[in-house]
Design a protein around this ligand. Structure first.
Ligand SMILES: [Cu+2]
Length: 500
């Protein structure tokens, strides 16, 4: 399809309860895309259109008694193209839609399973790289993702033409984190939902699969953390120690040059593109800190490639950097604080997971006890937390108050990627484009600072914690991207090309 001009990728994603075979675990009955974990990999290019038909063949939703920020309608979903710079409105990457199943009456009457369409135009200059898709309906996201509803999106383009990358095998590695008990995902019915249920990690649907390379061979790995709970600190280790990997992209955005690393940190939702070149034969394991078993086994075997395949010295950067001098309103710094109030609500969900700071959702009772307030800092789809003007460049600082080590709060912003410039006040050299950035629990005061330019697309969408059961419980804010004629921006201004 390369060189054939704009393309429409038509794909049906059928969602129903399916018995999926998970090698290394056993059969799992779960909500799945097209009967598989992960769902199909979608490949397209800048300028293409992605047209998805989603069938909701799940049973009717159970009745819901609790409030908006408790889990609900687990059999409805929608679609998010995580990390992609595409429209959040209409029938595009609009996570405020609901794809509902048939009602009980419709099912009894034999009505057809409902079908929903998503149409996403990918900008011609979209960074080429690795993205992913998953459902994003508030109240249902965590339960669906830990059941395996996630798949990879590859945007092909300039980086693939780098000779050393072109010569390397293109290997998609989708890491799913499943929460299974007796072959099923338990319903999200209490705040302690997952207590005691260990995660089952799969790579491309298998527990600890084996991948083979020859000594001196280069493979390009597209690692996707399609996870809801665990941050993954990854290493490749063998009998002779850790293998050095060469990271070429973070969250779909190619670096200016490969970066040699001994470990790669992926918060929930992050991606890393790596070049792997083992020198010597042997057996290695892809391991994540705090995960008991290996995620994947790597067998380096066969005749050595002579001379060894090359690694590129430079790469086509996926996005030009932003600089603090481009901030359009120096008084408009945004601050967000992740803050949990344990055991403050009656009922099955006692913990409040809030996003605080100057733009927090207001309390229901400003004179009352804010730690017990049912609205303060919690998701309200009708309240706009952040009005973001197209063309503006702003700085955000996101902090965590979190004292509980298990409560990671990775920050994710929809629609526009952001340039991480500081961690805990210390400048990164160089800065790194992200769409999600991890903040670990147990280290209150930890912060990240980033710059972001709001570009191209108007509409209401979300910023939230990507530990997805926190999100379902309300650790989420609305953002409204609005046109601003004063900045001469909006749909008429093409995004700046690589001007670095
Ligand atoms: Cu969180």
């Amino acid at each position: 399809m390369a060189g054939s001009g704009p393309w429409v990728l038509d794909q049906t994603l059928d969602v129903r309860f399916t018995r999926v075979s998970v090698p290394g675990y056993g059969p799992v009955t779960t909500r799945a895309y097209n009967g598989a974990i992960p769902g199909p990999t979608l490949r397209l290019r800048g300028g293409d259109t992605l047209r998805l038909t989603q069938v909701n063949a799940l049973p009717p939703n159970p009745p819901h008694q609790g409030g908006h920020n408790t889990p609900h309608h687990p059999n409805s979903f929608n679609l998010h193209t995580h990390g992609m710079h595409v429209s959040p409105s209409g029938d595009a990457d609009n996570v405020l839609r609901e794809f509902a199943p048939r009602t009980a009456a419709e099912a009894a009457a034999g009505a057809a399973e409902p079908r929903y369409t998503t149409t996403i135009h990918v900008p011609a200059d979209h960074p080429a790289g690795t993205y992913w898709y998953h459902p994003h309906l508030h109240g249902a996201t965590a339960e669906q993702i830990v059941g395996g509803m996630a798949g990879v999106i590859v945007v092909e383009g300039d980086v693939d033409e780098v000779p050393e990358i072109r010569a390397a095998a293109d290997v998609v590695l989708c890491v799913n984190e499943l929460k299974l008990k007796d072959g099923q995902v338990p319903a999200f019915t209490s705040g302690g939902w997952m207590t005691g249920i260990p995660s089952t990690f799969t790579v491309n649907g298998t527990v600890n699969p084996t991948i083979t390379l020859r000594p001196g061979e280069v493979q390009r790995w597209r690692l996707v953390a399609a996870t809801a709970f665990a941050a993954l600190r990854l290493t490749i280790t063998g009998s002779k120690g850790a293998m050095t990997v060469h990271q070429i992209a973070q969250d779909g955005v190619t670096f200016g040059a490969p970066v040699a690393r001994e470990s790669v940190e992926l918060a929930m939702g992050n991606r890393a593109d790596l070049l792997i070149r083992p020198a010597a034969p042997g057996r290695y394991e892809l391991r994540a800190e705090a995960v008991p078993g290996p995620l994947m086994t790597i067998e380096v075997t066969g005749p050595a490639v002579e001379p060894p395949m090359g690694l590129p010295a430079v790469l086509p950067p996926g996005r030009p950097f932003l600089d603090a001098s481009e901030i359009t309103d120096p008084h408009a710094d945004r601050e967000v604080v992740f803050h949990a109030d344990p055991k403050v609500f009656a009922g099955d969900f006692p913990n409040a997971f809030r996003m605080l700071g100057p733009d927090a959702t207001p309390p229901a009772d400003p004179a009352g006890d804010l730690t017990r307030d049912p609205s303060y800092g919690l998701f309200d789809p009708d309240y706009t937390n952040h009005t973001l003007r197209l063309g503006a460049v702003e700085r955000w600082t996101v902090r965590t108050d979190e004292t509980v080590p298990a409560f990671n709060h990775p920050f994710h912003l929809h629609t526009n990627q952001f340039l991480l410039t500081h961690r805990n006040g210390e400048r990164l050299h160089p800065p790194v484009w992200h769409d999600t950035v991890g903040l670990t629990g147990g280290t209150p005061g930890q912060s990240v600072t980033f710059l972001v330019r709001y570009q191209d697309f108007t509409g209401r969408t979300l910023a939230h914690c990507h530990q997805l059961h926190h999100e379902d419980l309300g650790m989420m804010q609305t953002v409204d991207y609005v046109a601003d004629r004063d900045h001469g921006a909006g749909r008429h201004a093409p995004p700046p090309r690589d001007g670095s």
